[in-house]
Design a protein around this ligand. Structure first.
Ligand SMILES: CC(C)(COP(=O)(O)OP(=O)(O)OC[C@H]1O[C@@H](n2cnc3c(N)ncnc32)[C@H](O)[C@@H]1OP(=O)(O)O)[C@@H](O)C(=O)NCCC(=O)NCCSC(=O)C[C@H](O)C(=O)O
Ligand SMILES: [Mg+2]
Length: 298
């Protein structure tokens, strides 16, 4: 299987697993974990003494194509940290699928990272993902998302741990303290055509809690969830996959609009429901995601 550096628009991102690049045992799982996206972390999960060796290990694993068809991402340290620019240059040179930058707060940050990627020789279509995890990022979310028009920015990843720390908020079931941030992030992502990935669930043993949080993220419109442990992946994959009934309904909508009897119609009835052309667009997206998941499973 080959790594894809420029993924198709409907590529599933149901589960995005962080792997500390300094953790050899975790990295050895590369070929077997059932994650749509692998995020090799050089930032918070890597101790300062291990930063250089983790960077090397991440880039070696990418170059050796250890992750098969999974989308690969390297999370660099903050560009203004002592490791950030070396991380960025090494990630670009490694052939990774996307670079993930932490703790951005403004459109100027996006422009600076994009310029640094260009200076490092990045192709114009190497995607930039960013962590939305600072209060200032939430306040500036529209200008950050709008920076995608003039940069490689293509995805938001929510960081609820840093957000909790910076807000001095408490993590509780239902995530009441973070709902404003979660809604604003997905809204801005959708307004500017970006992917939106939900934050992590820290309690590895609480799969019921994880399931509830996945369902909440999906209901809000998120494409998938970041995970910290392989045990979380099956829940993320299941809940962020279109259900069989949803796919069947989507296929019925596509078939109905393709029926010559409905040619030129903007609104029709499908299985008793009012169905407009806007539903056709969503139906096509649902089927494309379902087909993509099915293809990856074969
Ligand atoms: C939290 C962990 C340190 C727990 O690790 P461990 O004690 O080894 O757990 P287990 O014994 O249950 O592990 C069983 C096996 O699974 C492997 N494993 C565990 N986690 C991963 C993983 N993430 N990827 C791949 N493989 C993994 C173990 O190596 C065991 O394998 P084996 O021994 O061969 O049986 C650990 O889960 C961990 O480090 N998780 C990721 C932490 C991380 O990346 N954190 C940073 C991102 S979270 C974040 O902060 C997001 C954002 O920035 C924010 O602000 O919110
Ligand atoms: Mg963080």
């Amino acid at each position: 299987m080959t790594q894809i550096s420029n993924p198709p628009p409907h590529r599933p991102r149901r589960s995005c697993l962080y792997m500390p690049a300094s953790n050899e045992r975790a990295m050895a799982k590369a070929a077997s974990v059932d994650a749509d996206v692998i995020i090799l972390d050089l930032e918070d999960a890597v101790a300062p003494d291990a930063k250089d060796s983790a960077r090397q290990a991440a880039c070696d694993a990418i170059s050796a194509r250890k992750f098969g068809a999974r989308e690969t991402v390297i999370r660099i340290n903050a560009p203004d940290s002592i490791w950030g620019q070396n991380d960025l240059r090494a990630a670009v040179a490694s052939g990774v699928g996307a670079v993930l930058a932490p703790k951005v707060t403004s459109a100027a940050d996006i422009a600076a990272i994009d310029s640094a990627m260009t200076a490092a020789g990045a192709a114009s279509d190497l995607p930039l993902w960013v962590m939305i995890e600072m209060p200032a990022a939430i306040l500036n979310i529209t200008e950050i998302a709008a920076a995608s028009r003039s940069s490689r920015l293509s995805a938001f990843v929510v960081g609820t741990n840093d957000l909790a720390k910076e807000m001095r908020a408490t993590s509780v079931p239902g995530r009441a303290p973070f709902l404003t941030a979660l809604h604003m992030t997905v809204m801005a992502a959708r307004a500017f055509g970006l992917a939106a990935i939900d934050g992590v669930f820290n309690d590895i043993g609480d799969l019921d809690g994880l399931e509830a949080e996945c369902a909440q993220g999906r209901m809000m419109g998120y494409d998938g969830k970041t995970a910290i442990h392989p045990a979380q992946l099956a829940h993320c994959n299941r809940i962020f996959s279109p259900e069989a009934e949803e796919v069947a309904q989507a296929r019925a909508v596509i078939a109905a609009f393709a029926d010559p009897a409905n040619a030129g119609q903007a609104v029709i009835k499908v299985d008793g429901r009012m169905t407009e052309l806007l539903h056709l667009e969503e139906a096509k997206r649902t089927v494309a995601i379902a087909d993509s998941i099915a293809a990856a499973a074969n």
